[in-house]
Write a protein that binds this ligand. Structure first.
Ligand SMILES: O=C(O)CCC(=O)C(=O)O
Ligand SMILES: [Fe+2]
Length: 248
């Protein structure tokens, strides 16, 4: 018997992650691999059942007042030493990151956010999308489960991620702004492509733009693809994205 939470959270009719070796499961994995190759972004709308999205939004909204507020200037290249570059070089750029973050220790074992994270079928699905031999849920006490809480004026500006893959669920959108903007595969370990990165930073290279609906699963290869969350505009509700971390 699979965990009853699986069917409670996941729209298994469209996303048969409990039957990955079936024909439908293989087709799902093929779709994911195609999206990853062409776009570095896997986007599966309505992955979560709508009742689960409503319940998760309530859980996160109740925790919003405990969010840590961050506001600092950050390099897009967080995993490298950026001290030796001229001032107008992308490696010297600093971008503002101001938003709220709800971190792992605020979630009880029985919280919905943790129960979704703990689903073995979800971890296995992600492992097979990424093609790793092993994949483990992160046990980091602060970052394994994290929520970006973004209100009017908040932004999470241009950066590359320092890890290899981030899984997130869009839980709630702001009324205006807060689109996810990205340029797929702009860099790799052999070619930094600084000219195009500069063009993205000064606005002369248009990024792709995407606003996922609540309940969408997103898997993004952010170490090779520059990305940001555009500033949130006037809104009655926060933009809430729920992020899960894994280790290989
Ligand atoms: O909140 C999001 O949608 C993604 C933010 C992001 O790029 C990150 O947390 O690294
Ligand atoms: Fe990111």
């Amino acid at each position: 018997m699979s965990n009853p939470d699986l069917n409670r959270f996941v729209n298994l009719e469209t996303y048969p992650i409990d039957r990955l070796d079936s024909e439908a499961g293989q087709e799902l994995l093929n779709r994911a691999h195609r999206m990853m190759k062409e776009d570095t972004l896997v986007e599966f709308p309505d992955f979560l059942r709508s009742e689960a999205v409503v319940a998760l939004a309530e859980e996160l909204t109740a925790l919003e007042s405990n969010a840590h507020q961050i506001d600092y200037m950050s390099t897009p290249y967080g995993w490298m030493d950026n001290s030796e570059f001229p001032p107008n070089h992308p490696r010297s750029a600093l971008f503002r990151r101001n938003c709220g973050t709800i971190t792992t220790e605020l979630f009880s074992e029985n919280s919905l956010s943790n129960r979704l994270f703990q689903l073995d079928e979800l971890t296995e699905f992600i492992r097979r999308m990424l093609g790793y031999e092993t994949l483990y849920r992160s046990t980091c006490p602060t970052l394994s489960i994290q929520v970006n809480v973004m209100d009017e004026g908040d932004r999470f500006d241009w950066h590359f991620d320092t890890n290899d893959g981030v899984v997130s669920f869009m839980i709630q959108n702001a009324d205006t702004g807060g689109a996810f903007e990205y340029v797929p595969l702009i860099r790799d370990e052999d070619d930094e492509n600084y000219d195009t990165v500069s063009d993205v930073f000064d606005g002369s290279h248009e990024p792709r733009r995407q606003t996922a609906s609540p309940g969408t699963l997103l898997l993004f290869l952010g170490r090779r693809s520059i990305h940001r969350v555009a500033p949130v505009g006037a809104t009655k509700r926060s933009r809430l994205s729920l992020l899960y971390s894994y280790d290989i």
